[in-house]
Ligand binder design. Structure first.
Ligand code: UTP
Length: 289
């Protein structure tokens, strides 16, 4: 079955990037000249997804504005004959059918996903975390959708991470199928090191069966008193097995300060407008370090 719907949870408080995220949603922090969430929407669209629900909360209205027309700006660009930028802005406003819903209380990623129950219905759907940007030749969520079509099971995007990150993310019980696919039979959210299954963690992407909603509805609050998506996905993994896809792109965590900086430098080094200037600047800078 082709995956046509995606949800982007973007209702977190972003405390790790304060004060930048005090009034500005962290999902709107730029990587060179585009906000993080635009990269994520484009990834979904490039994977053939047509309908996207973004889960926001109070104070994140500018995410809606970003994917709408900006009438004054467009009129001004037209008057000045800047057709290139006019086209760029038009494209942003017409990327996909984008819908919005609010998570009224910040009760965890699982609770945010539960807000999408009506939008999703009984189809499998993609989840792209609003602060995880993945840059690569092919859309990471497309690699997961392919795995869903091939194996008919829910899929998570995974990477091997060091111990200091496993304890902050989650740990998966995995068995390798081929060079990029793994069978996942169990998982644990934010484990202590003696409880970890492996160093494989879920990083920002999944494709889930709609059964996840009924599981979430009866999943008790987990780590941090929040409804954890991992706790509900664990039930799918134990009951049916899941697939882990070691996706090929590079993932940038826009929810932490170093991740933001790294994304800007690495994407900047490939950006046609600034790459030469940035490269020369960095070469001079490293001499002084
Ligand atoms: P994080 O774990 O990064 O949480 O959420 P956070 O609250 O945004 O950030 P910190 O830890 O305070 O710095 C992962 C993803 O889940 C979304 C976030 O927006 C992010 O895209 N999320 C998290 C929600 O939509 N709702 C929540 O209640 C929690």
């Amino acid at each position: 079955m082709k995956i046509k719907k995606a949800i982007i949870p973007a209702a977190g408080l972003g405390t790790r990037v304060l004060p930048a995220s005090k009034a500005m949603p962290k999902e709107m922090l730029p990587i060179v000249d585009k906000p993080a969430i635009q990269y994520i929407v484009e990834e979904a669209v490039n994977a053939g997804i047509t309908d996207i629900l973004i889960i926001t909360n109070r104070g994140k209205g500018i995410i809606e504005d970003h994917f709408d027309h900006s009438i004054e700006l467009e009129a001004m660009l037209e008057r000045r004959g800047n057709t290139e930028m006019l086209e760029t802005l038009n494209k942003v406003a017409n990327l996909a059918n984008i819908y919005f819903i609010r998570q009224k209380e910040t009760k965890g990623l699982g609770d945010a996903v539960l807000r999408a129950k009506k939008f999703v219905g009984d189809e499998p759907f993609a989840v792209l975390y609003g602060d995880d940007v993945i840059v690569g030749e092919i859309p990471a969520i497309g690699e997961l959708c392919e795995a869903y079509e091939k194996y008919g099971k829910s899929v998570v995007g995974i990477k091997e991470v060091p111990d200091e990150l496993v304890v902050k993310y989650c740990s998966l019980k995995t068995e390798r199928i081929d060079d990029k696919n793994f069978a996942v039979s169990d998982m644990i959210e934010k484990p202590s090191l003696d409880k970890k299954f492996s160093n494989y963690s879920i990083l920002g992407r999944c494709v889930l069966d709609s059964e996840i909603f009924s599981i979430l509805e009866r999943t008790p609050l987990g780590v941090g008193g929040e409804l954890q998506l991992t706790d509900a996905m664990r039930e799918l993994a134990v009951k049916y097995g899941m697939i882990g896809v070691d996706f090929s792109g590079i993932r940038y965590d826009m929810g932490n300060k170093f991740g933001m900086l790294r994304a800007n430098i690495e994407v900047g080094l490939n950006h046609p407008e600034i790459k030469e200037e940035l490269k020369n600047y960095l070469k001079e800078l490293v001499k002084t370090l």
